[in-house]
Ligand binder design. Structure first.
Ligand code: NDP
Length: 277
């Protein structure tokens, strides 16, 4: 078994971004981060996204709001950010508090600035396989990692565990687009273990700490663990039990230093693409 390191894949992608940025004439691309409240996950992602974008020579502007902002106040503020020609891409943390009508916000978000693929327009483009849409960065990071490992997805049996709108569903569509044969599983799937064992490549995004152990994985399979959880000892871990699965998998992404490391780099790629128009 070997580790499939997101940190290494990200480095390779970052070189391309730096080269592209050199050839980009115009303003420095600018990311607008929109956050309501102070959820620890959001703060952690905001920190790593900011670090990545700035380290690549692009700009970040933060728009933060108290968790008790009213729906009308937030919508008004969001309109300004959305219409600001100095903001090329928007990263808005979701879900928004229940008091805000998130669907309405997404319905006004400019799809060309929606670089994390939240709007229905981008979902439609990604799901229909049309070019030009933005997929959620994490789902695209999975594809970038598989590509970095030199694996041709054509005809491969891929099982995706999780049908969430940020990873499970979009990554399944991206995998189909790469000619993989995709099975999507979820909490109501019968015989989950057997479905997982059929896979050449197993992609897990369920938010259940270390649930997928070696009994779900066939010898030599490639395992992509998208999960980010904190275990009972306060340690970061994936949805896959790395210790047992790494004994049977041919390649496995660790947590941390796996998919998450590629996600912010894909965000930077999307920002540059949005700035180029
Ligand atoms: P969601 O809650 O949107 O989706 C979870 C999915 O997992 C659902 O489809 C659910 O099924 C399924 N599921 C839950 N429990 C089980 C189970 N016991 N057996 C089978 N399926 C199950 O979560 P996300 O997709 O947003 O996140 C998934 C994981 O990815 C989390 O750990 C999250 O922290 C991580 N993440 C990582 C990122 C990164 O950059 N690496 C970025 C974003 C998220 P059902 O639909 O039936 O309820």
């Amino acid at each position: 078994m070997a580790d499939l390191l997101g940190t290494e894949a990200a480095k390779a992608l970052q070189e391309n971004i730096s080269q592209e940025l050199e050839g980009f004439i115009g303003r420095t691309p600018c990311l607008g981060i929109v956050r309501v409240g102070e959820r620890p996950d959001d703060l952690a992602y905001e920190k790593s996204a900011t670090k990545r974008i700035e380290s690549l020579g692009m700009e970040v502007r933060k728009f933060t709001f108290a968790a008790d902002i009213t729906d009308a106040e937030f919508r008004e503020a969001f309109r300004h950010i959305n219409n600001n020609p100095g903001i090329d891409g928007i990263l808005m943390f979701s879900p928004l508090p229940d008091t805000i009508d998130e669907k309405k916000i997404l319905s006004i978000m400019n799809p060309e600035k929606d670089i994390d693929g939240l709007t229905l327009t981008n979902q439609a483009l990604v799901y229909s396989g049309e070019p030009g849409g933005f997929a959620p960065c994490t789902s695209e990071a999975v594809i970038r990692l598989i590509d970095y490992a030199g694996i041709d997805l054509t005809g491969k049996r891929v099982t995706v565990v999780g049908r969430g709108k940020v990873i499970g569903k979009p990554v399944s569509m991206l995998l189909i687009g790469q000619n993989a044969t995709v099975t999507v599983c979820h909490s109501k799937t019968e015989n989950l273990r057997e479905e997982c064992k059929k896979a050449d490549i197993l992609v897990v995004a369920i938010g259940q700490a270390r649930m997928i152990d070696d009994s779900y994985v066939s010898d030599g399979a490639v395992v992509i663990d998208v999960g980010i959880n904190v275990d009972e000892d306060g340690k970061l871990c994936g949805d896959v039990d790395y210790e047992s699965v790494s004994r049977v998998a041919s390649l496995i992404t660790p947590v941390p230093r796996g998919v998450g490391s590629v996600t912010t780099t894909v965000l930077a790629q999307h920002l540059l693409r949005a700035a180029r128009g």
